[in-house]
Design a protein. Structure first.
Length: 265
């Protein structure tokens, strides 16, 4: 029997399969979010979905399972195909650390850092002073100033103002060392996550100076908290189970239809 003999059921089977695949992919995103709930400056990934079933498919006359298929089909259609995953740029909570080289941004913008792969953007301000005096990330990558150059700190007390101006006080006096190169983009759509706490801009994207408030001695936490991350993971797991059951329903009814058609031959 050709599968075209049961177009509605065939479509339902496909929808259930794609729904299960979408929720499986969403599980990866939710697991990554939860794993980085303690990562400073982390931006959680949020998935979007689109349906695969037509509005009338659940009423296509599937005999005894029509009502059940309608309910399952409604669930499947809501999470049919993973439309994409985008970063949630909602600001995370601030945590005071007291470390003068820990910096948090209140408002839109990113620190610029120089990596081996090129300039990257981050909200993780847990910085260090290297043995040569350069302000770096925990991985040893230089933090850049407004001119795109590394910031070198002489010995002394470091003070960073709310506009990102870096000053150092020594026994001989105090002086301005430079200003943090805090940048943003006309649209965050040009940014792609790279690792847990940084972003890479699309080719041709031009960063623009940003003016968030810089808070010294603090860090911005992840915008994914553990409680909601756990609840989201459990919910997606349950939805995946629903898709699995839907797949079984559609597949079983397809086999039943095939047997009935064969008996008529």
């Amino acid at each position: 029997m050709a599968r075209a003999d049961v177009p509605g059921m065939d479509s339902g089977l496909y929808a259930a399969y794609t729904g299960l695949l979408a929720r499986t992919q969403a599980l990866d995103t939710a697991a990554n979010n939860l794993a980085n709930a303690g990562t400073s400056g982390f931006r959680a990934g949020r998935e979007s979905f689109r349906g695969v079933l037509s509005s009338g498919l659940s009423e296509s006359g599937w005999g005894a399972v029509a009502d059940g298929a309608s309910q399952v089909g409604e669930t499947v259609n809501g999470y049919g195909i993973l439309g994409g995953v985008s970063a949630d740029f909602t600001q995370g909570p601030m945590v005071t650390t007291g470390n003068p080289l820990d910096l948090a941004l209140s408002g839109a913008g990113f620190f610029q850092i120089q990596t081996k792969q090129g300039i990257r953007y981050t909200r993780d301000g847990s910085f260090l002073k290297s043995p040569t005096g350069v302000l770096t990330t925990q991985a040893g990558e230089p933090v850049l100033d407004v001119a795109g150059q590394p910031i070198t700190l002489p010995s002394g007390t470091v003070t960073i103002s709310t506009n990102g101006t870096v000053s150092v006080t020594t026994p001989a006096g105090s002086g301005v060392i430079g200003q943090l190169g805090i940048m943003n983009f006309a649209s965050t759509d040009v940014l792609s996550a790279e690792g847990a706490d940084r972003f890479v801009a699309a080719a041709g994207s031009v960063p623009i100076p940003a003016s968030p408030l810089v808070q010294q001695g603090a860090l911005e936490s992840s915008n994914q908290d553990t409680v909601h991350g756990t609840m989201e993971l459990v919910l997606i797991q349950r939805q995946a189970e629903m898709m699995q059951k839907a797949l079984t329903v559609f597949d079983g009814q397809l086999d039943k239809t095939a047997v009935e058609q064969l008996a008529k031959v």
